[in-house]
Design a protein around this ligand. Structure first.
Ligand SMILES: Cc1cc2nc3c(=O)[nH]c(=O)nc-3n(C[C@H](O)[C@H](O)[C@H](O)COP(=O)(O)O)c2cc1C
Length: 148
């Protein structure tokens, strides 16, 4: 738990960026199997779990790094709630994930389908179990990006 937040921290530190955490109102189950079952059911039923807290005002940002764990090959459905609610069109969007072997999975394709009008930059995936040792790798990736 928290691998993606660690990776987000590396990115934010490297860029001096602001952060926003996508948090569902109803926490996901703590047990791995229960969480997997719920995540799969949400995907199957195209659920949009409610977001906790206020939405971010992204109007002043040109570039948004959007990160998530891979769940069943894709983004958790609460990320789709976020994408439905927050307009990222016209921005540069940089996906990143932590995962257990699927890399970026379907996330880049799904984001591109859901955020028409954004410019996408190739994303970065780090295995969740490797994230603690991936600081320099992530910072090297961030600083190599040609962001406008
Ligand atoms: C519900 C669920 C589904 C998952 N599905 C996948 C998957 O399809 N492919 C994969 O590589 N890892 C999968 N994982 C592993 C997570 O992507 C990985 O542990 C990730 O680093 C978790 O990030 P977090 O600590 O920020 O939650 C899954 C984990 C959970 C809890």
């Amino acid at each position: 738990m928290g691998h993606t937040k660690v990776m987000a921290g590396y990115i934010a530190e490297a860029l001096g960026a602001d952060t926003y955490e996508i948090v569902p109102v109803e926490p996901y189950p703590e047990g791995y199997d229960d969480c997997c079952d719920q995540a799969l059911a949400e995907q199957r039923d195209d659920v949009r779990p409610a977001l906790a807290g206020d939405l971010p005002d992204v109007s002043g940002y040109d570039t948004v790094f959007l990160g998530c764990p891979i769940w069943w090959g894709s983004e958790p459905m609460v990320v789709r709630t976020f994408l439905d609610a927050v307009d990222l069109s016209g921005k540069t969007v940089v996906p990143f994930t932590t995962h257990g072997g699927s890399g970026l999975g379907n996330v880049p394709a799904n984001l591109q389908a859901r955020v028409p009008g954004a410019t996408f930059v190739d994303g970065k995936a780090v295995a969740g179990t490797a994230v603690d040792g991936a600081h320099d790798e992530v910072v090297d990736w961030v600083t190599s990006l040609d962001l406008a």
